[in-house]
Design a protein around this ligand. Structure first.
Ligand code: AMP
Length: 282
C-alpha cells in the first residue's frame, strides 16, 4: 500500500495504474475509520481494481463552532486498517496542499444544500461539494463510494456529478450499525455511557416511522410527531429535525410517495448525530 501526501504523487500513481489497465475506485473519508468506512473500501474493491482511500479532515465543511480541532485523527490506526482492507493508495494531504494561501473557489449545489442538514449547518455542503470535486479532480476515479449514513451528502454529490457532467460513477453503500442499531460514526467516541444509551433513540425514531407508515398511517405529520416523541423519551437528546422526505430530492412530504426516507438529526449531550432509513412504498 502506498501513502501519498502530495497531489503530484497521487496523480502519478493513479496514472500508472490506469496505464496498466486498472479501473480506479475512490473512497473519500475524514479518517477515524470504523466498520462503516471499511464496508466502503470493500465496495470500492468490488467496483474497481485500484482502490484509493482519502483521509482528510476538511476544514471548509466545519463551522467555527463545530468540532474541527477535536475531530479524532488516529492516522496510524487508519493506515493499518486501509492496509488490511487491501487499499492500494491512501491520500493523506495537509490542509495547505488543498487550500493554499489565497484559495477562493467554492462549489454550491443550490437547493439541496439549504434543507435539513443545510438549514442547521449553513456552509457545510459548500465545503463538502468543494472538497469532493477537488478529490475527484485529483484522483480522477472511475467510481467513488459513499455511505447512505450521510444521506443528504450522497444525494448532493449525485446531483453535482449529474449537473457538472463529472465522469465518475457514484456507488452508495448501506449504513453499517452497531449490534444494537446505533449507526457507526467517528463521532460516537465522544459519547458517555449515558449518552450512548440515549443515542439509540435516533434509530428507534426511524424504525417507528417505518412501522407506522407500513401499518397504514398516511398522515406524515402524525408520523413526525411520533418520531419526536421517541426522541423526547431521553432528556439528553435535543432534536434538530425528524422528518420524512422524498428519497430523491429530499422535499419534505405530507403524504406517502413510492420512495421515501426518514431522516433525523439530534444533539446527544454535546455531540450532534444524524441517521436515516429508507422507507419503500407500503
Ligand atoms: P466521514 O469520514 O464521516 O466523512 O465518512 C466517509 C464516508 O463513510 C462517507 O461516505 C460516509 O457516508 C461513510 N460512512 C460513515 N459512517 C458510515 C456507516 N455507519 N455506514 C456506512 N458508511 C458510513
Amino acid at each position: 500500500m502506498q501513502v501519498a501526501s502530495t497531489i503530484c504523487e497521487v496523480r502519478e500513481t493513479v496514472a500508472a495504474a490506469r496505464a496498466a489497465g486498472r479501473r480506479i475506485g475512490c473512497v473519500p473519508t475524514m479518517g477515524a475509520l470504523h466498520a462503516g468506512h471499511m464496508s466502503l473500501m470493500d465496495l470500492a474493491r468490488r467496483h474497481s481494481d485500484f482502490v484509493v482511500a482519502t483521509i482528510f479532515v476538511n476544514p471548509t465543511q466545519f463551522a467555527p463552532t463545530e468540532d474541527l480541532a477535536k475531530y479524532p485523527r488516529p492516522l496510524e490506526n487508519d493506515l493499518a486498517a486501509c492496509r488490511q482492507a487491501g487499499v492500494d493508495l491512501v491520500f493523506t494531504p495537509e490542509v495547505p496542499a488543498l487550500y493554499p494561501d489565497g484559495y477562493e473557489t467554492f462549489v454550491t449545489v443550490e437547493r439541496i444544500s439549504t434543507v435539513l442538514e443545510g438549514a442547521h449547518r449553513p456552509d457545510h455542503f459548500r465545503g463538502v461539494a468543494t472538497i469532493v470535486l477537488k478529490l475527484f479532480n485529483i484522483v480522477q476515479a472511475d467510481v467513488a463510494c459513499f455511505g447512505q449514513k450521510d444521506y443528504q451528502q450522497q444525494a448532493l454529490i449525485r446531483r453535482m456529478v449529474r449537473d457538472l457532467d463529472l465522469p465518475v460513477e457514484i456507488v452508495v453503500g448501506p449504513t453499517v450499525r452497531e449490534p444494537d442499531g446505533l449507526a457507526m460514526s467517528s463521532r460516537n467516541v465522544y459519547l458517555s455511557d449515558e449518552e450512548r444509551t440515549a443515542a439509540l433513540s435516533l434509530y428507534r425514531c426511524l424504525q417507528r416511522a417505518h412501522s407506522l407508515i407500513h401499518s397504514g398511517q398516511h398522515d406524515l405529520c402524525a408520523v413526525r410527531a411520533a418520531m419526536l416523541e421517541e426522541l423526547a423519551a431521553f432528556e439528553l437528546v435535543r432534536p434538530d429535525y425528524a422528518t420524512i422526505c422524498d428519497a430523491d430530492d429530499l422535499e419534505e412530504l405530507t403524504a406517502p410517495r413510492p420512495q421515501m426516507v426518514a431522516l433525523v438529526a439530534a444533539r446527544v449531550g454535546a455531540t450532534r448525530l444524524i441517521d436515516n432509513l429508507l422507507i419503500p412504498s407500503p
